[in-house]
Design a protein around this ligand. Structure first.
Ligand code: ATP
Ligand code: MN
Length: 440
């Protein structure tokens, strides 16, 4: 088939902007064919762009014969349409376009690897193998519209509270929080690593810009094969100087509240498309707070587990806990023995000034008050069996008047998975990285 050139055609509108106010006006739309039906004397095109779809109607005798005969289309062909907007109640959105010209800009194979009509759901791995196509699906559009709203809201909220957006290095010379779980890379003649979190840099920068945040990726070389773990994750990192865990708990619940509120206000259609409008509701704040000890007591007595103080909470135990506590809640004061060196011990050093934010069974965030005294930090590093000399350059920041500070890291992908009601975290990332997946 001979393809048309773009030439001087430019889109005048996105599908979402073609409203009844434009009836009898000429528009140029562009996008992909989500559905195409040829009923003999009548042809329907459902043209989709990044925001939705519009119906293009070709009726023999109404459009030119040349155009009518030219239109032999396949799923996901890339086309542009010039035509007049008409009101038509039976069409989706009450609008159809009567075309005067159609440009076919690119074609597809007769059989697409995955279903793009929305009638059946292809298997996730197959979808991910063909991700550039799969991402065009209406479901994915909804997911990533919500993600956009989430990130926009977080930034707006934090800027309004005098935060500075930082960008910390993703290539690091030594382990951030202990040697495991890092991807080694070759950095010229040396070994380096991909960062596992912005932790140390955000702490340093809290001693400069006082209130800092970053939304970016970090890397976990974990061979987990679960529906909530990835090897490249996107996190919101926040650090606040002159503060403690208490301040962070308040800020974080406000962020969660605002993100859900704004998604509901601005992207309800996407939420409805995913069937989550009754589930992803704006939560009540403040969130309930439970101490780690209360939580293991609850799990042990209610569900017959035998978790002892100082043990992590297993996935199975969390699963049960999620049936009891299904909304957002905090688990605070974890045993110091299972927390990283930079976490501040409580007055009773058996406990720590640390917390997780949970939604049901899922951990969304970890955070806490940090150690800001250099001697104390060196001791904590050594006590965990790490070598403080490998933290030399980080520790230098603590020579220059490091303020008391606290912060958290929130897993954006995990939260999005939850808000959108997705089965698997890989669906919440455009190009997920897992132990078995490095392409596309
Ligand atoms: P988990 O115990 O669930 O593996 P973690 O405690 O190791 O998580 P943190 O280091 O506390 O994770 O990271 C902060 C947040 O980043 C987590 O609360 C979670 O939301 C997210 N996160 C951490 N690891 C992963 C991962 N491998 N894949 C997706 N999200 C993750
Ligand atoms: Mn954690």
């Amino acid at each position: 088939m001979e393809l048309d050139n773009l030439g001087d055609w430019r889109k005048t509108h996105f599908t979402k902007d073609v409203t009844k106010e434009l009836v009898n006006k000429e528009v140029i739309l562009g996008g992909w064919i989500r559905n195409y039906r040829d009923l003999g004397g009548l042809k329907f095109i459902s043209l989709q762009d990044k925001y939705g779809e519009r119906q293009i109607t070709l009726k023999k005798g109404v459009v030119t014969d040349d155009l009518f005969d030219k239109v032999k289309l396949g799923y996901q062909y890339c086309i542009m349409v010039k035509g007049i907007v008409k009101a038509f109640n039976e069409a989706p959105g009450g609008i159809e376009i009567i075309p005067s010209e159609i440009k076919i800009l690119n074609v597809t194979p007769e059989k697409l690897p995955i279903d793009m009509t929305g009638e059946t759901v292809s298997e996730l791995d197959l979808r991910l193998n063909n991700r550039a196509l799969d991402l065009r699906s209406l479901k994915n559009q909804a997911v990533f519209i919500i993600r956009g709203e989430m990130l926009r809201t977080i930034r707006k909220f934090l800027f309004a509270k005098n935060f500075t957006e930082m960008t910390t290095p993703k290539i690091i010379g030594s382990a951030t929080e202990g040697g495991t779980e890092l991807f080694p890379i070759i950095y010229f003649e040396r070994e380096a690593f991909l960062t596992q979190s912005a932790q140390l840099y955000k702490e340093q920068l809290s001693g400069v810009y006082e209130r800092v945040f970053e939304i970016s990726d970090c890397f976990r070389a974990e061979k987990h094969r679960t529906k909530r773990h990835l090897c490249e994750i996107f996190t919101l990192d926040v650090e606040i100087a002159f503060s403690t865990m208490e301040d962070v708990l308040k800020l974080l619940e406000e962020i969660v509240y605002n993100v859900l509120k704004e998604i509901r206000e601005n992207q309800m259609k996407a939420l409805e498309y995913l069937g989550m409008e009754k589930i992803s509701v704006t939560p009540e704040i403040p969130f309930p707070r439970y101490k780690y000890e209360e939580i293991i007591d609850l799990i042990n007595t209610k569900f017959g587990f035998n978790i002892e103080f100082g043990e992590d909470i297993s996935t199975e135990a969390y699963r049960k806990l999620g049936t009891e506590l299904s909304s957002y809640y905090y688990i605070t004061h974890w045993p110091m023995s299972i927390k990283p060196f930079y976490i501040m011990p409580s007055k009773d050093p058996k406990y720590s000034e640390s917390f997780d934010l949970q939604k049901g069974m899922l951990e969304l965030t970890s955070g806490g008050t940090r150690v800001h005294n250099k001697e104390q930090l060196i001791n904590a590093i050594e006590n965990q069996g790490l070598n403080s000399t490998s933290f030399k350059s980080h520790l230098k920041a603590f020579d220059f008047g490091m303020p008391p500070h606290a912060g958290f890291g929130l897993g954006i992908d995990r939260w999005l998975t939850m808000i959108c009601g997705l089965e698997d975290i890989r669906e919440a990332v455009m190009y997920p990285r897992t132990a078995d997946r490095l392409t596309p």
